[in-house]
Structures are given as C-alpha cells and as structure tokens.
Design a binder for this molecule. Structure first.
Ligand SMILES: NC(=O)C1=CN([C@@H]2O[C@H](COP(=O)(O)OP(=O)(O)OC[C@H]3O[C@@H](n4cnc5c(N)ncnc54)[C@H](O)[C@@H]3O)[C@@H](O)[C@H]2O)C=CC1
Ligand SMILES: O=C(O)C(=O)Cc1ccc(O)cc1
Length: 736
C-alpha cells in the first residue's frame, strides 16, 4: 500500500503533540497540520502560536480527511480517545501515538478496534521537558533525539517507513523495538530515574530542616532532581501503565542500594570502591558507546602528514609494552592482593579487557598517567557479569578471556564490534573444548561466544599447529583452573610474556625448547602473588624509532627502559648484521622481563639475506626490516617459510605503490633493491603495526607522505607520535 501524508491531525496539543505539530508546520513537511485538544482554548492558542494551521472543530470530519492521526494525550487517556477516533478512521489513515509506554496502548487499540490495523504504528519520542502544555511546544524538541517505533505484528512495513521518515524529517534518529522490550528498557532508563528523583525530593522535603537542605543543596542535588519537576499526572499514568516492569526495576535498585548501605555500615572499603569505580567507568563507557567510540580514543578519521628532513636526537621513553600491559591486567585481576602497574599502555586491547574485568567485579583504579591499581580477586573470585561482555575490536581480549571464562562456575557471553564478530575463535575453541570446556559460537567459530559452566576442566598436552602467543596464553590461563598439568607445545617459539608474568607471580611452571619445539607446562595448582610492575617500553615502538634513526642523517637516539625479551628482539640482531650502530646498555630484569637502554645512530646499512627460519621468528616486525633494506647500500633477499599474511602483503603493496623497489620471485621469496619512497598518500584501513612501519618508511621518503586512517595507529600507540615529534620526527596530525 502507498501512503501520502498531506494532512496531519494531532490529538492532544500539549508539549509533545504541540512540538510535533510545530516541527511539521515550520519545516513545511506536510500541506496542513490540524490540532484537537479537549481544551479548546489551547487549540486556538495553538493557531496563534503557529503550532497548527487549523483547529479541528469538527473532529469526525477532520478524522475522515486526515492522512495521519497522531495521538499525543496522556497514556491513560489513550483508550478513551481511541474510542472517539475509531469510527472515523479509513483503512488508509495512518495512526500513531507518542505515549511513554507501549504495551498498554497496543492492548487498548486491540480492545477498541477489534484487531490491530496495519496502519497503526506505535511510537515514542525520547525527548521531553519538565514543562507541559501547548505554550511549551518547541519545533526543535526532537532534533538529535531518539524516537522508538514499536510496530505490531499487523503493522505494514511501508506505513512504518512513512512514520519513520516523518520523525527523521523533524531531526530525530529512529529506532525500532519490540513493544514489550521497549517497556522493559524504558522502565530502567526513564521511569526508574523519575521515581528516584520524585522520591528523593519528597523524602527530603519531609525532613524537619528541609529549608536548609534545599537552600544549601549542591549541584549534584540539582542535577539529580531536575526531573522531579515533571508533570505528576503524566508520571502517575506511566507508573500504572508500566507497573510490572517498573516494580522489577525498583526491586533491583533497592537490592543494589541495600548492598551499598551494608558496605557503608560495615566500613567495607573494597565494596564501596568497587561500586563507585564500576559505576564511574560504566558511565564513561556508556557515554563512549553512545558516541560510537568505545575503546578507541577517537573514531574520527585522522590523517598523519610525514615530511622529509626529520632529525632524531635525544633521549626518549616509549609507551609501555602493549602485550605485557594487557597480560598484566588479566593476571593481576586473578592475583591474591593488590597489584600496581606503571607505564601501562592504554591500548584498545587493554581497555576492553579492563572493562570486562570490572564487569566481573574486579575493582580497578586508573589508568591514570600510566598507573593502574588492581584489587585482585584471586583465581576463584570473579563474579558473573550483568550482561554480555563487549570487547570492542579486540581479538586478543576475547581469546584470553575465553581461557579464563571456560573455567568459571558461571555462564558468560562475549561479543565485539562488527569486525571482531567476524573473527574465527577456532584456534582457542578447539583446544579448550578438548579440556572439557563447553563453548558455543555463531557460524564459523565466530562471536558471540557463549560459555556454559562445566564441573572441572582437565589439564592436557596441547600441540599447537603453529606458534601463537595468544592461543598459548589462553590455554595457560585455562590451565590455571584445570585438574592435572596443562602443557602447550608449539613449533618454534612465540612471545612468552604470560609465562614470565606467571613466574614473577610465583606460579610454578616449566619452559624448555627442544629441537625447535617450545614446551610450557604448568606444574601444579598454585596461587598468583600480586604484581608491582614497571612495564617495559614497547619493543615495536622502539624498533620503529630505531629504524627511523638508522635511515635518517645525523640521528642519535637513546631509548630508555625498552623491553628486550628475546622472543621479540630478533629484528635488532638482524639490523646489527646489516651494520646498524645499535647497542643495548644497562640490561636488567624487571619482574622477569629483560629491560635495556637502546642506543642507535644513523648508519650505512648493508643488504641482508634472510632465511625462512629468520623471517618466521620476525613475526609482526618483518616490515621494519623491509624498510631498513630499502635504505641499504646493496640489495636484499628475503625468504619466507610460508606466504605472508594479507595484512603484511597490504603493507608491502603500499610501499611498492609509493616507489619501493620490491620484486617477488615467488610467494615466498622477495628481492629488495634499495630505493627511498617518493611520496604520496597511503589509503585504506591497515593494521596498526603495518601503519607504524609505513610511517617509518615515510620518514625516509623524498617528499611528503600522507597516512590516512591514522586513528588506527594512534589508538594502538597513543602518545607515540607526540613523543617522536619531540625527538625531531617531522610528523603532524592533519588537524594541526
Ligand atoms: N513530557 C514528556 O517529556 C514526554 C511525554 N510523552 C508522552 O506524550 C504524551 C503527551 O504528553 P505531554 O505532551 O507531555 O503532556 P501535556 O500535558 O503537555 O499534553 C497532553 C495534552 O492532552 C490533552 N488531553 C488530555 N485528555 C484529552 C482528551 N481526552 N482528548 C483530547 N485531548 C486531551 C491535554 O489537554 C493536554 O493538552 C503522553 O502520553 C506522554 O506519556 C512522551 C515523551 C516525552
Ligand atoms: O527530561 C528527561 O530527562 C526525560 O527523561 C524526558 C522524557 C520523559 C518521558 C518520556 O517518555 C521520554 C522522555
């Protein structure tokens, strides 16, 4: 059916009806807006104020000629108005309402009309004010506000679309929801807060010194109680119309308030801090979710401009190691006692995991200038999260948490953003299932992941098909809970930060390498001691600066406290073989991790021949060696054990497009003839580590290079760009 909305009749010319009428009229969205209210004076006032074009003096006639009828009366009056309206509606008349509750209005329509018409599209604008009446009508009330449509099973989709378009045309964002769900959600988000505000003000107003209380009320009181000035009759009606959902919310809230009371009464600081930090973080989290930017510092596209002529000089401390930051928060949450982490990198992975841990009852202070304090709950202390754990973009968060959650005595659900929900979790799911875990996923092992508790995980020997630090760590985490020893065998070695942290926390484990096979075994059941950890500087960030210094003239850099874990530093060894003036000083151990000062200066590099084994152990650092080879005096040959990942190939293609001389002999053999980049634009959503390597290549370019979508890099390595800038790197954000 096609609908044309030329004449609109609004019944109930109060704040909402009046505002909608005025919004339609002032934007000339329809030919004529008629108004009807039981209070005739308000109708005439509506014409004078430019809210409506005409009063519907003859209601039956107005109803038969209207294309759309909008019911904007109090929810309790809806049924009575429907009785008046019903006889005059034609099968083509669209009917909608703006009531704050939905189920009761739909039920009323069913009673009055016999069955729900296809033209009835219930709606609810989530916009309002403490004012009421036609004088308060505001044509812009719905700008940037949400409107929830709750079409019934009978509603025609074309009719729904027409109503949605009209709301969009007055500036609203339209959502659709099942009517019952609407009433539950609104009970929590709108109706309960109004009850609290009314009740608080009422309670305080009864107290003896109420004058003083109100006179000295601080801003918090004013903010919290603004909505207690709302229309009492309207809220009386809403309470009755949404009784059951609202009672449920009041009960839940009362239980929460009871816990808070108990914590105050018993001086339970940990519980108090827990409630306040969780609430504070949740509030921030929701604000970010609403802004669509959870876990990333910015979703806005940022360009980076890299200019020729960088001169790197001085001393620098790079951000904390990404992997160690992430693993440390996970393990500290499971420790017996309070851990302090310094130099924590606020990367997307860590932030997603921090939030998930908080959702499971772990009290975490910070991050504040790199310091995070975590009140460990012990291996058995996690609590079920109130809902699904949302992990944003972070695959590693999901893998590690799967390892822990598979062993908990409660069920969990893990989900993420669109990209994460398309990532296969097979490599973790299969071995966890082999330990007895009950894990389900959507198609192709993709999230959402649902975990059902099982009595006991069983330790076993896992043979990974390929080395993966993430899979290994997830299995070791599950192993902390398993009966019997958990062992992970990997071909070749992968990052061992989890193992080193476990050792630093005095958890018994054994590591060995035998014939290029790495073996890690958790020895017996134990507990985790808390950490006091100064997180070493990120190796990849250091490598980026090292290569940048090597390929630019007159550079000398000292990078303080860099993590030089031998599972990561292969790239340094290769650069030294190419002739890099690169030295490690002041080597010492920090909580089981080797840390050193890295000194580097401009160098004349020679080309390199890289064996398949060497390139395999380079992992994510490969592209940095390619960039160094582009600036060597002679050609390089790189052999790969297996074809490169699509992310690495995308990075190499960008280099080639900008002038790098790369020649593929076959998919596992690359020749590099020295040549600097010319300049130009790097487009597309590349991974952060690939973008970082491209930035380094751009530092050695002949002309300006612009990196688009650099928010990806800035999210993974916040502050790195500013730090490099201060050391002389000619790099700028486009907004500069
Ligand atoms: N005020 C708010 O913040 C919001 C209110 N709503 C919903 O919108 C509807 C209207 O609320 P407001 O505009 O705020 O109230 P309001 O009090 O400003 O307006 C209601 C109007 O309906 C008229 N009315 C009452 N009974 C009538 C009858 N039998 N026939 C004709 N007219 C009648 C009244 O005279 C009044 O002008 C309610 O269902 C409310 O739940 C929805 C979103 C926000
Ligand atoms: O002013 C506020 O904070 C509101 O929450 C306004 C409001 C009141 C009732 C509704 O059905 C929708 C929105």
């Amino acid at each position: 059916m096609k609908y044309k909305i030329q004449r609109v009749l609004v019944i109930g010319l109060g704040l909402i009806g009046g505002s909608f009428a005025k919004a339609l009229k002032s934007r000339r969205l329809v030919e004529e807006v008629l108004g009807y209210d039981r209070n005739l004076d308000d109708c005439h006032l509506g014409v004078r104020l430019g809210v409506i074009d005409r009063v519907a003096e003859d209601l039956p006639l107005a109803l038969t000629t209207a294309d759309l009828v909008v019911l904007a009366v109090p929810v309790k009056v809806m049924e009575q108005v429907l009785v008046e309206v019903a006889p005059h509606l034609s099968p083509k008349t669209l009917l909608t309402d703006v009531g704050s509750t939905k189920l009761n209005i739909i039920q009323a329509a069913e009673r009055v009309l016999g069955r729900l018409p296809s033209t009835f599209i219930p709606g609810h604008p989530i916009a309002g004010a403490e004012k009421s009446g036609v004088r308060a009508a505001d044509a812009d009330l719905f700008e940037r506000h949400k409107v929830i449509l709750t079409p019934t099973e009978a509603s025609d989709s074309e009719a729904t679309l027409q109503i949605a378009r009209l709301w969009q045309a007055v500036g609203a964002e339209v959502l659709q929801m099942d009517p019952a769900r609407h009433d539950q959600v609104l009970a929590a988000t709108s109706h309960l807060p109004h009850m609290l505000a009314f009740s608080l003000v009422d309670t305080l107003a009864h107290e003896e010194e109420n004058r003083d209380i109100f006179r000295y009320a601080a801003g918090g009181f004013r903010d919290f109680t603004r909505i207690a000035a709302s229309d009492p009759v309207m809220w009386h009606d809403i309470c009755q119309a949404n009784r059951d959902a609202l009672l449920k919310q009041i009960d839940q809230f009362s239980a929460g308030l009871g816990k808070l009371r108990q914590a105050i009464a018993t001086g339970d600081s940990q519980s108090l801090l827990g409630i306040f930090t969780r609430a504070r973080v949740a509030r921030e989290h929701f604000s970010r979710l609403l802004a669509g930017s959870a876990y990333s510092h910015s979703n806005q596209a940022i360009d980076l401009k890299i200019l020729p002529g960088s001169q790197l000089q001085g001393e620098l401390q790079v951000p904390g190691d990404r992997s160690i930051s992430h693993r440390a928060v996970v393990l500290a949450a499971l420790a017996e006692g309070v851990s302090d982490l310094y130099g924590f990198l606020e990367g997307e992975d860590s932030l997603a995991t921090l939030q998930a841990l908080r959702d499971m009852g772990v009290v975490i202070e910070g991050p504040h200038q790199g310091h995070v304090r975590i009140y460990g709950v012990g291996l058995q202390g996690l609590q079920p999260a109130p809902g699904p754990l949302y992990l944003g973009h972070s695959i590693v968060s999901m893998r590690l948490l799967m390892g822990i959650l598979a062993a908990q005595p409660f069920a969990s659900e893990l989900c993420g953003d669109e990209a994460l929900n398309q990532a296969s979790m097979e490599s973790v799911m299969r071995p966890l299932r082999a330990m007895g875990a009950w894990i389900e996923s959507a198609e192709n092992f993709c999230p959402p992941i649902r975990i059902t508790p099982v009595a006991q995980l069983l330790g076993r020997q896992h043979r990974l098909p390929q080395a993966s630090a993430q899979v290994k760590s997830a299995l070791l985490l599950a192993g902390l809970y398993a009966q019997g020893s958990t062992q992970v065998l990997s071909p070749g070695s992968s990052r061992d930060h989890t193992e080193r942290l476990l050792s630093a926390m005095e958890y018994p484990l054994e590591q060995s390498i035998h014939e290029a096979q790495e073996r890690v075994a958790l020895l017996s059941e134990g507990a985790l001691k808390p950490l006091n950890l100064d997180i070493p500087g990120d190796f990849m960030a250091a490598l980026a600066l090292v290569v940048a210094a090597l390929i630019t003239p007159q550079a000398t850099l000292r990078l303080k406290k860099i993590g030089v874990n031998p599972t990561r530093t292969q790239a340094f060894t290769l650069l030294q073989r190419m002739g890099a003036k690169l030295e490690l000083h002041a080597l010492e151990m920090h909580s089981g991790e080797p840390v050193a000062e890295v000194r580097v200066s401009s160098s004349l590099l020679q080309g390199i021949s890289l064996s398949a084994e060497e390139s395999a152990s380079l992992g994510d650092n490969l592209l940095f060696i390619v960039v160094a080879a582009m600036h060597a005096q002679s050609a390089s040959e790189l052999i790969f054990a297996k074809p490169l990942s699509s992310a690495q190939i995308a990075g190499l293609e960008q280099l080639q497009r900008l002038g790098a001389k790369l020649a593929w002999v076959d998919a596992k053999h690359l020749q590099i003839t020295p040549a600097a980049l010319k300049g130009g634009e790097i487009k597309g959503e590349l991974e952060a580590n690939i973008q970082l390597a491209l930035v380094v290549a751009a530092v050695g370019a002949e002309q300006e290079v612009r990196l688009q979508q650099a928010q990806i890099l800035l999210t993974a390595f916040p502050e790195l760009i500013e730090q490099a800038q201060s050391a002389g790197l000619r790099i700028h954000k486009e907004s500069d």
